[in-house]
Design a binder for this molecule. Structure first.
Ligand code: ARG
Length: 404
């Protein structure tokens, strides 16, 4: 393995462009790696730019479908959520980006993995913890935690000066007053003007879609079919049309969600490093799927399994957020999530309307809903007088406790 050869996760932005050239100036052979997780970028142009900056080789990896089936749908199967509202759009993408990074390093015999995440955020931990599991022998280079780099680049100005000196084209996105991260599952907006948590975001900030204030007055009615906890088909109930296949299905849900302004969250979150941070996240298709999937579980899971899953979803959300996708504890919890999902088959009907994905009905051939019992019909196997003894025994300790 060559420790003079580095694979750099490259985005085409100013930071990673300067990092690329800086690595070359330090004597490294640099391979640029661009992950396509559904961000709307011009990948040919980014690859060209990496070459122009001096990369000896460029990889553009299309990870979209695997991202959906092996990461997004897994997180949704777990109902994973962070601090009640964040559906982990960025956090879920990091492990697959890191996994491909490692695959390329092995293929190239490169011993060094480099990323451009800052020393303040969660992404650095997500990348590096994944590298540590998947390629423990690799050396990790993180310029934003490197004293040499930090001495040279104290701010944007130094980087722009360096870029100009090396004739690195400076991207126009630099002018945006906040930082954006985009993939199939979500778009995040952070930093800059959003750093004041009391200041409402400007709805023109969104790269695409409609804000709920401007959403159509007519709902879209859809039916999502699930098999083993994963979506397999989306039907438009009124038009009678349907969409299948992971990418087409998710694109369709994203389109619908964006049309109606579904899945916007404005939150203050606790980062792994301890600081609080304000973020605005747009997760259109993911929010629709999340609601539908959780609803189908209410029909198909055993009560106690469902309740165990409730607290597991918080734990799994924390693990994903904290960069522990590739960890023994994540594997351990996901094994039981996967086991539970064998029962999650059927469909859910939703009305997508003014910023929300309302569930309006559900059906499953393996439903646990027993109409006979629910309607308290004696012939259905439920004798109301049984409840008397049950409650007497259930409340025994309450009586005993209050005698004192
Ligand atoms: N705060 C969110 C998270 O930690 C979003 C991070 C966005 N990352 C970025 N590099 N802009 O998951």
């Amino acid at each position: 393995m060559d420790y003079n050869k580095v694979v750099l996760a490259y985005s085409g932005g100013l930071d990673t462009s300067v990092i690329l050239r800086w690595l070359i100036d330090k004597g490294y052979d640099v391979i640029a790696y661009i992950a396509d997780v559904g961000q709307h970028d011009d990948f040919d142009q980014i690859a060209e730019k990496a070459r122009a900056c001096g990369a000896s080789k460029v990889y553009v990896s299309d990870l979209k479908e695997e991202f959906l089936t092996d990461y997004v749908y897994e997180a949704i199967a777990a109902n994973a959520v962070y601090e009640n509202v964040y559906l982990l759009g960025t956090a879920v993408a990091r492990p697959i980006i890191a996994k491909e990074h490692v695959r390329i390093a092995r293929e190239e015999g490169a011993g060094v993995l480099c990323h451009g995440a800052t020393g303040k955020g969660n992404d650095q931990a997500r990348f590096e913890l994944a590298y540590m599991t998947l390629m423990p022998e690799a050396e990790i280079l993180s310029p934003w935690k490197d004293p040499e780099w930090l001495a040279e680049f104290k701010g944007r100005k130094d980087m722009i000066a360096y870029a100009e000196k090396c004739e690195i084209p400076i991207p126009v996105s630099l002018r945006k007053p906040f930082s954006i991260d985009e993939n199939l599952l979500h778009t995040s907006y952070e930093a800059g003007v959003l750093e004041d948590p009391g200041r409402p975001y400007d709805k023109d900030m969104f790269k695409k879609g409609t804000h709920p204030f401007d959403a159509p007055d007519e709902p879209d009615l859809i039916r999502i079919h699930f098999k083993g906890g994963a979506p397999v088909k989306v039907e438009d109930i009124e038009a009678g049309t349907s969409v299948e296949g992971p990418l087409a299905l998710f694109d369709h849900l994203n389109e619908l969600g964006l049309k109606h302004g579904v899945g916007i969250v404005d939150m203050v979150e606790n980062r792994l490093m301890g600081m609080k941070s304000r973020g605005v996240y747009v997760t259109p298709g993911g929010t629709i799927l999340f609601n539908a999937h959780r609803d189908l579980e209410s029909l198909t899971l055993d009560k106690e399994v469902q309740h165990y899953k409730e607290w597991m979803s918080i734990e799994i959300g924390r693990l994903i957020y904290n960069g522990l996708w590739f960890s023994p504890e994540f594997d351990f919890l996901m094994q039981s999530v996967r086991h539970s999902q064998k029962a999650v088959n059927g469909h859910v009907d939703l009305a997508i309307y003014k910023g929300a994905a309302h569930v309006i009905g559900r059906h499953s051939d393996s439903s646990r809903y027993d109409n006979g019992i629910a309607s308290m019909d004696e012939h259905g196997g439920y004798d109301q007088t049984d409840a008397k003894g049950f409650i007497r025994i259930f409340g025994l300790r309450l009586k005993a406790g209050s005698k004192k």
